[in-house]
Design a protein around this ligand. Sequence first.
Ligand SMILES: Nc1ncnc2c1ncn2[C@@H]1O[C@H](COP(=O)(O)OP(=O)(O)O)[C@@H](O)[C@H]1O
Ligand SMILES: [Mg+2]
Length: 225
Amino acid sequence: MNSKNVIVVKDLLLSYKKGVPIIRDTSFTVKSGSFVFITGPSGSGKSTLLKSFYGELKPQAGFLQIGGVSLNDIKPAKLAFLRKYLGIIFQDYKLIKEWTVKKNVMLPLLIAGYSKEVCEAQTKKLLKHVRLTGKEDYYPLELSGGEQQRVAMARALAHNPVIILADEPTGNLDEYSSRVIWSLLESANEQLGTTIVVVTHSIPTNLKVPFKHHYIEDGRVYEIA
Ligand SMILES: Nc1ncnc2c1ncn2[C@@H]1O[C@H](COP(=O)(O)OP(=O)(O)O)[C@@H](O)[C@H]1O
Ligand SMILES: [Mg+2]
């Protein structure tokens, strides 16, 4: 996973129903270590495009490659392999309600085969990063939306992903939690060189890292900055 272009999109066609394209005639690349915002009107296909990046929706035509892996005809085993390099964050958090905060963050690490000691230490460090020390044994529904998103952020960062894909991660959040999320995304990008792709309604104004801006309109993706 060290290709210069971590995402390569060429003549991409995405659709849910034949003859109804959501994304079409779209080509662009995302360089390793870059920070990319994707904006566009509601219903323009932002979530659809992101879905294709994590293998939830296959291209109908064209070419899509993430970290050198083609997503066009990807097999489940290869997709599971690819997902190890991805950290994904959703607007509605997608935490497991029946699990505590600690388990939500730690279980993926245990599954990935790290020792219990390493998982415990890593989870503790991550929960400190997202300012949730002391809430380890809470369940998601006992937390505010902002706190839940910070758990999701800790989970996404847990396995040191090469690419973070975030779909309106601060869409529903209070200002404090938004600030924590943006600053963690910034420091992952700046300090670890993590490639960040974020779908958002509004680009934060006080970002310290350089970024690119792609805009979706009428099914096409335009690079505007
Ligand atoms: N699972 C689905 N099945 C059929 N159509 C869908 C599905 N998900 C999204 N769409 C359609 O695709 C279009 C783009 O949706 P989406 O990517 O969610 O937009 P955005 O995230 O930009 O608001 C919309 O017209 C939506 O109705
Ligand atoms: Mg969306």
